[in-house]
Write a new protein. Structure first.
Length: 353
């Protein structure tokens, strides 16, 4: 994904995020009373997204569904009434689906790709909790620090909600009884997010300006005993490959559940011995400005949804960059197996003047 080009083109083919919609993040009690299946959540954010972007069934080149469940993408295509020529793909995580969509666009195989991610009954894997506790001891991060960070995340999410910052990118859910859900719920276990990606040709076809440019990405695999190191490793690799420093990144969306893991990773970036011995750096990465991190709340406040979080983070970050007229942001997605994917996005040149 990092540097793929179309061999037949004189310049690299860019991949853009046109727009996105997500459902409210819903808790277990509401999930049980509503009777939502994963496809219900997926359709209720995907269908209005395609409608407002003017995507008719024959225009979409491929559909990628990200979910850790057994749901298959074929029923989703039928529910959205897409052409049978639309290529279908499925994977387990949101940013992995975005990476696949970017590959299809950059290789010239697609101009318009719909990425849909969804979760039901999501939980934080125990291995991540154990790893976070090990890392916290290593960098002297206390439970009190994690509690304070968690409360701050909830306050940021509350501020965003009160300011109406989620309204433009969040669909309203309707259950079988006609009851509407428009706001995120605490202790969420379910939700879905849909993103529409395009090439420059796809943008011209829809006569749409892009929300963000998907600039570069990097993967990392952490040691088995420390899976929560993966976001740090992926983000560090991405910064090195793009010759960027922490100061060059305006906003960050990092996985914050469990919070001990995030705080330990931030402490590791400031630790000279760790950066020298584990990251092979001549000096520490540095201190990440807390005001640039998960500025509208993260997974502590909105729910740690393994398949959906990456897409939600991408949409939230792109919207924040556009709203604040900032040029660059990085998203990181944590996988339970100790793998992580980091993605650099930028505001498109024509909107950054």
């Amino acid at each position: 994904m990092d540097s793929q080009t179309n061999p037949s083109a004189a310049t690299p083919v860019d991949a853009f995020l046109i727009d996105g919609l997500r459902t409210p993040q819903i808790n277990a009690a509401h999930l049980n009373s509503s009777g939502f299946a994963l496809l219900d959540l997926a359709v209720q954010c995907s269908a209005p997204l395609l409608l407002r972007c003017g995507v008719t069934p024959h225009l979409l080149d491929s559909l990628i569904l990200a979910t850790d469940g057994a749901t298959h993408v074929q029923p989703l295509r039928k529910r959205l009434q897409l052409d049978t020529e639309t290529e279908l793909y499925q994977c387990s995580h949101g940013l992995s689906a975005v990476a696949l969509a970017s590959q299809q666009i950059r290789s010239g195989d697609a101009d318009l790709v719909l990425v849909v991610s969804g979760d039901l009954n999501a939980t934080v894997p125990g291995d991540l909790l154990t790893s976070a506790q090990r890392m916290a001891r290593m960098f002297d991060v206390q439970d009190e620090d994690a509690s304070a960070f968690a409360e701050a995340s909830r306050l940021r999410a509350d501020d965003a909600e009160q300011g109406g910052l989620n309204n433009g990118r969040r669909a309203t859910l309707f259950d079988t009884h006609g009851r509407a859900s428009a706001a995120d719920q605490p202790d969420a276990v379910a939700g879905a997010c849909a993103l529409l990606l395009a090439s420059a040709t796809g943008l011209q076809r829809l006569k749409r300006a892009p929300l963000a440019l998907l600039a570069a990405g990097s993967n990392a695999q952490a040691p088995a005993e420390y899976p929560t190191l993966a976001p740090l490793l992926a983000a560090t690799r991405l910064l090195r490959e793009q010759q960027l420093s922490l100061a060059d990144i305006d906003l960050w969306e990092l996985p914050e559940s469990p919070p001990l893991a995030l705080l330990s990773n931030l402490a590791a970036w400031q630790d000279a011995d760790f950066c020298a011995n584990q990251l092979e750096l001549e000096q520490p990465v540095g201190r990440l400005d807390p005001c640039s991190l998960n500025v509208h709340g993260g997974s502590i406040a909105l729910g740690a949804l393994s398949a959906t979080d990456g897409c939600r983070q991408l949409l939230q970050l792109a919207d924040s960059l556009q709203r604040s007229l900032l040029p660059r942001g990085i998203i990181c997605e944590q996988h339970a197996d100790g793998h992580a994917l980091a993605l650099l996005i930028t505001r498109p040149k024509e909107t950054s003047e």
